[in-house]
Design a protein around this ligand. Structure first.
Ligand SMILES: Cc1cc2nc3c(=O)[nH]c(=O)nc-3n(C[C@H](O)[C@H](O)[C@H](O)COP(=O)(O)OP(=O)(O)OC[C@H]3O[C@@H](n4cnc5c(N)ncnc54)[C@H](O)[C@@H]3O)c2cc1C
Length: 360
């Protein structure tokens, strides 16, 4: 790669923004290209919980924990990033199994503790009906989904990156057997390396060049309310409701952090979620709904991230995954290392897009 390589990053969601930032801070000349405005898809419609909550897959759990550590470093380096780490209170699991889950979290390095109803009432005094027992995972956090990609992009631009909005990438361009950039309606963006961070659109872009990336994307509906009195600092995840409160007091909520399948009808879902919210917090009667978002979660078919150099192409990288908010720092940092240093980052090995090579 040349001394100041030019990298085209397609997609200005959280992944493209993080990759662009990590490349730009290493001195690369970065052009971010998006067909719309930044974060108009999955990132904008995300619950944006930064978590490591399933210790059953040890490798993936450690990948997420490593990313949470990087988030905390970033929050120090870039204090304007809208992220906070006030923890999660979780009582989704059967109370009989909750101890086992908490032990497994601890074994994996997540310093979660079990809390009794009495302790819950102390740390979350506004919960109207505290559960008998819950897991308090203090290391976890949230990002503001409406602002996090822009904040990362702003940091990338401050490092000299360029952002081109309303520029739909129509396809890759090739030169002497390598990917030499991307085609947009106004012409060609030339690059020494190209990264597709295009979320659910990644499969279509690759399919146009005969690479099949099997995806199983699912839509999810989340609800935002008008600001209410301060009721919680944490992300609260129970079996019927997932909710956190933004700095301005607005609640972001859904039946699951991944949202509800909207096919049954938006009004019916809103009504059901509001019924669950009624009486959930002391002093909050029916909240006023101000936003509903429906976005598709980019989900490679085996449910793990699809990352790294695309086999069969020179100078083409890809990054698409669910949990992209949690994983943005580790993906951004690792891909910048692979692209700029030509080194393979071991943490990415289980999640390489190359595992899908040759699929019809
Ligand atoms: C309802 C829901 C809840 C979620 N909850 C969580 C959670 O709690 N925690 C968590 O970690 N993750 C969560 N996720 C997942 C997370 O939001 C995504 O993994 C992440 O936002 C993906 O980011 P991205 O940058 O890859 O994609 P996107 O945000 O979709 O960005 C892709 C960008 O590419 C652009 N683009 C596409 N095609 C082209 C083209 N041809 N030319 C130019 N630009 C193009 C789009 O305009 C878009 O801006 C959730 C997702 C959803 C939908």
């Amino acid at each position: 790669m040349t001394q100041t390589p030019h990298i085209a990053v397609v997609g200005a969601g959280i992944l493209g923004a993080s990759i662009a930032y990590h490349l730009a801070r290493r001195g690369a000349q970065v052009t971010i290209v998006d067909e719309g405005t930044p974060a108009n898809r999955a990132t904008h419609g995300s619950f944006a919980w930064i978590n490591a909550h399933n210790p059953k897959d040890e490798t993936y759990f450690q990948f997420r924990m490593a990313s949470i550590r990087l988030w905390k470093d970033l929050a120090t380096t870039l204090p304007a990033l809208p992220v906070r780490f006030d923890g999660t209170l979780n009582w989704e699991d059967n109370p009989d199994e909750i101890e086992e889950v908490q032990r497994a979290l601890n074994d994996g390095g997540n310093p979660a503790r079990l809390v009794s109803r009495k302790q819950i009432n102390e740390i979350e005094p506004n919960l109207a009906a505290a559960p008998e027992v819950a897991i308090d995972a203090s290391t976890e956090g949230v990002a503001d989904p409406a602002r996090i990609a822009e904040a990362f992009l702003f940091a990338a631009l401050a490092q000299g990156a360029t952002l081109r909005t309303n520029a739909k990438v129509l396809g890759l361009t090739f030169e002497q057997g390598r990917v030499a950039g991307v085609e947009i309606p106004e012409g060609i963006v030339e690059a020494d390396a190209t990264v597709l961070a295009t979320g659910v659109a990644t499969a279509e872009l690759l399919a146009a060049h005969d690479f099949t990336l099997p995806m199983d994307n699912a839509p999810g509906l989340l609800i935002g309310t008008a600001p209410v009195a301060k009721v919680t600092e944490r992300v609260l995840t129970s079996m019927s409701l997932h909710v956190w409160q933004k700095d301005d007091g607005a609640l972001l909520l859904g039946e699951d952090f991944g949202g509800t399948d909207p096919s049954e009808g938006v009004d019916a879902i809103i009504e059901r979620v509001l019924c669950k919210l009624d009486g959930y917090f002391k002093g909050v009667d029916r909240a006023e709904v101000t936003t509903t978002t429906i976005a598709k979660r980019p989900m490679p078919a085996d449910s793990y991230p699809a990352l790294g150099a695309v086999p069969g192409f020179n100078d083409l990288w890809v990054a698409t995954t669910h949990s992209g908010i949690t994983l943005a720092p580790i993906i951004g940092e690792s891909l910048a290392t692979e692209i700029l240093d030509g080194k393979l980052v071991k943490a990415l090995h289980p999640y390489r897009v190359s595992r899908f090579a040759g699929q019809a």
